[in-house]
Design a protein around this ligand. Structure first.
Ligand code: NAP
Ligand code: GLV
Length: 308
C-alpha cells in the first residue's frame, strides 16, 4: 500500500515534505522516480500526464491536489472503477474570498488604471464606484462561491448567486439554472467560480456578456476554457464590458506573446487566486488514505456521475 504524487511543475518536493512533517508512516513516491508500481493504491495528482494512471493495477483512488477535478476527468486513463476526491480546505476558501474581494475593490477604486497612469507619470483623479453601485453575481455557488458570497455580504455588498440547484443563503438572492438571464441582468461584477464540465465549457461568451448591463466587469477565477477570449476582447473593445480580471487560462503559463498581456482593460494574474497549501491539504489526504485502507467512506469524494 503506497501513495504516488503526480505533478510536473516542480512543486512535488513541497508536497513530499508536507508528508514528512505530518510524521506519517504512509509510503509516498514521486511518479518520476523509481517506485514499486504494484504497491500504489492512491494517486495524489495535479495535471497528471494522460495515460499514466492506467499503469497502476492496484490503484483505487485518485485525489486532486486542488478543488477542481476537470483535469482528472479529461484523462482517458481515469475510469469509473476509481474513486475521486478533491480539496475542500479552510485556507483555500479564505484565500479565494480575499482574492475576489481584492479584485472587486481594485475595480471599484480604479486601482489598475492608476498603475497605467503611474507608468506614464500621469497625475489624474478618476471617478470611482461605491458599494451601492456594485451588484456582484457569482456563477457557481459551491464551496468557494457560496463562501465568497457570504464574505461579500458581510462587507456590505449586494450579492446574487447562480448554480445548478437553488440555494437558500441569508442575505443573498439566489437563482437556479434556468434563471441565468435574470441573474445576469442584475449583475455588474460577474465572478466565475464554476467547475469546468462539458456544460460549462465556453459559458463566458458573447451571448452571456450581452445580457450583462453596460460597463459590467468580469472576475474569472475558475478555469481557462470557461472563457471565449475573442468574445471577451470584443465585448470590452466595443465598450459593453468595462474590463476583466483573469486568473486562469486554457494553456498555463499564458504565452509571453499573448495579446491578453497588453490589453489595457484586462488584468492578468498567474492562477494564484487560491493555491492549495500542501501542509493543510496533506493532513486530509492522510485521513482519506487511512479511510481507503479500512474501507470507510472517503471525505470530499467527487460524484463522478455529476462530473464535478
Ligand atoms: P463546487 O463546490 O463543486 O461548486 C460548484 C458550483 O457550481 C455548485 O454550486 C454547482 O451547482 C455549480 N454548477 C456546476 N455546474 C453548473 C452548471 N452547469 N450550471 C450552473 N451551476 C453549475 O466547486 P468549488 O470548490 O466551489 O470550486 C469551483 C471551481 O473553482 C473549481 O472547480 C476550480 O475550477 C476553481 N478554482 C480556482 C482556483 C484558482 O486559484 N483560480 C482555486 C480553487 C478552485 P450545485 O451547487 O447545484 O451543484
Ligand atoms: C485550483 O485551481 C484548484 O482547483 O484548487
Amino acid at each position: 500500500m503506497a501513495l504516488l504524487l503526480i505533478r510536473q511543475d516542480g512543486k512535488t518536493p513541497q508536497w513530499l515534505n508536507a508528508f514528512k512533517f505530518q510524521y506519517t508512516k504512509i509510503e509516498c513516491y514521486n511518479f518520476n522516480e523509481p517506485h514499486p508500481k504494484e504497491k500504489i493504491t492512491m494517486a495524489l495528482v495535479w495535471k497528471q500526464p494522460h495515460g499514466l494512471l492506467g499503469q497502476y493495477e492496484n490503484l483505487k483512488c485518485v485525489a486532486s491536489m486542488g478543488a477542481g477535478v476537470d483535469f482528472i476527468f479529461e484523462d482517458p486513463s481515469f475510469h469509473n472503477g476509481l474513486l475521486m476526491t478533491r480539496v475542500v480546505d479552510p485556507l483555500l476558501i479564505t484565500d479565494m474570498e480575499e482574492f475576489v474581494m481584492a479584485q472587486i475593490y481594485a475595480h471599484m477604486k480604479g486601482l489598475y488604471q492608476y498603475q497605467i497612469q503611474q507608468s506614464k507619470s500621469h497625475w489624474q483623479q478618476n471617478p470611482y464606484l461605491r458599494k451601492k453601485d456594485i451588484t456582484v453575481g457569482i456563477m457557481g455557488m459551491g464551496v468557494l462561491g457560496s463562501a465568497t458570497a457570504k464574505a461579500l455580504v458581510t462587507q456590505g455588498f449586494n450579492v446574487f448567486g447562480w448554480s445548478n440547484s437553488k440555494k437558500q443563503i441569508e442575505g443573498i438572492t439566489t437563482y437556479e439554472k434556468e434563471d441565468l438571464d435574470l441573474f445576469l441582468q442584475q449583475t455588474n461584477v460577474l465572478v466565475c467560480l464554476l467547475p469546468l464540465t462539458p456544460e460549462t465549457n465556453g459559458i463566458l461568451d458573447l451571448s452571456l456578456f450581452s445580457k450583462l448591463p453596460k460597463s459590467a466587469f468580469i472576475i474569472h477565477v475558475a478555469r481557462g476554457p470557461h472563457l471565449v477570449r475573442e468574445d471577451l476582447i470584443q465585448s470590452i473593445d466595443q465598450g459593453h464590458l468595462s474590463g476583466a480580471a483573469i486568473d486562469v487560462f486554457p494553456i498555463e503559463p499564458l504565452e509571453e506573446n499573448d495579446p491578453l498581456w497588453v490589453h489595457p482593460n484586462i488584468y492578468i494574474t498567474p492562477h494564484c487566486a487560491s493555491i492549495s497549501s500542501p501542509e493543510s491539504v496533506v493532513a486530509q489526504i492522510i485521513v482519506n488514505y487511512n479511510r481507503l485502507m479500512s474501507n470507510q467512506p472517503l471525505l470530499n469524494q467527487v460524484d463522478t456521475a455529476k462530473g464535478y
